[in-house]
Design a protein around this ligand. Structure first.
Ligand SMILES: [Zn+2]
Length: 340
């Protein structure tokens, strides 16, 4: 029963991700506390399980949700993020094709459903580790859903989006029934930094200022010089900025600056969404955030209302980014709120 319930909600997260654009077209687009994190993955199922070897035993694994990274050491495998429960067994199978060493650690970069959805599978054999706030937000998700989703159901009804109504309503039902112990939250947490040592590799985990959420961590494989950015980096993809989840547009600038200052210029970078890139990719994404805030600040200085700013704003340089149509206006609204 427990499994069925959780499986159902995670499938719903996937369904919701396809309907979110429609739901957000309604007049009250409010980022959801947890599962809406899934609405920033746009990749089609045909791309599931594409494995890209990087350096020093680190691999990127593209799937349907946030990009996975994994490291193969002499006696253990460490995985970063777990995507969705329904595809987690396939993810494990792909990793097993590369190495038969035991998967001993799973790091979650943040609490969104497309990064922690596979935790229920991984927790059977791996120690799951993440920032304190990831655990808090995962455990709080039923209460958040019960608080926020009824209004979203109404908005989706008004917008005539039946699929969203169904998906949101089923999540409300899940939230009413789920028991805290059924949520596959991590059992080991940290507050600022953590290091894991496997063979001669040191895996550094850094909690960053609030950006995508307030629980964001990035993972740096020191010897391999590979960085997993979680959703602090969307590469050529318009981000979802989870304000309700403690995120911040301005915070993104601070977070990205911290990372760039700490990693070598030739590091290989796995973004949360988009293709593997480099430090220049981080800087390009920072420029998007800076341009957005700049536009919002100018609009405020000119006395423009938030409504008019969101209606009129356009940043043509980023039009080719995936998700521009779906998420740019929401980014702009958040930027206006923070631009002073
Ligand atoms: Zn996310």
């Amino acid at each position: 029963m427990k499994r069925t319930t959780l499986a159902a909600v995670l499938v719903l997260v996937a369904i919701f991700s396809r309907t979110a654009a429609g739901a957000q077209a309604s007049p009250a687009p409010k980022p959801s506390p947890t599962p809406a994190g899934a609405d920033h993955h746009d990749r089609q199922p045909a791309d599931v399980f594409r494995v890209k070897p990087l350096s020093g035993g680190v691999y990127a694994l593209y799937g349907r949700g946030g990009n996975i990274g994994f490291f193969v050491g002499p006696d253990a495998v460490l995985v970063v993020d777990s995507q969705f429960k329904d595809i987690a067994p396939g993810i494990v199978a792909e990793i097993k094709k590369v190495s038969d060493k035991p998967i001993k650690f799973l790091l979650n970069t943040h609490h969104h459903g497309d990064h922690v959805g596979g935790n229920e599978v991984f927790r059977q054999f791996a120690m799951i580790v993440a920032h304190d706030n990831v655990r808090k937000r995962m455990l709080a998700s039923p209460a958040d859903i019960l608080r926020d989703y009824p209004a979203r159901v109404e908005a989706a009804k008004k917008a005539g989006n039946e699929q969203a109504v169904k998906a949101l309503s089923e999540q409300i039902e899940w939230a009413k029934k789920v028991k805290v112990e059924e949520i596959p939250a991590l059992i080991m947490t940290f507050d600022s930094e953590l290091r894991i040592h496997i063979g001669d590799e040191t895996i550094q985990v850094w909690h960053l200022p609030p950006a995508h959420t307030d629980g964001d961590s990035v993972v740096y494989f020191e010897k391999a010089k590979v960085l997993h950015m979680g959703d602090d980096l969307f590469h050529k993809v318009i981000p979802f900025i989870d304000i309700a989840g403690g995120g911040s547009v301005k915070g993104y600038l601070a977070a990205l600056d911290k990372v760039v200052a700490r990693v070598p210029g030739d590091a290989v970078v796995i973004p949360g969404h988009g293709e593997v890139t480099d430090v220049a990719g981080i800087k390009a994404f920072r420029q998007y955030i800076a341009d957005l805030l700049d536009a919002a600040q100018k609009a405020r200085a000119a006395g423009k209302s938030k409504e008019d700013f969101v209606k009129d704003v356009d940043l043509p340089a980023y039009k080719d980014y995936q998700g521009y149509k779906d998420r740019f206006k929401a980014n702009a609204g958040s930027a206006y709120d923070e631009a002073k």
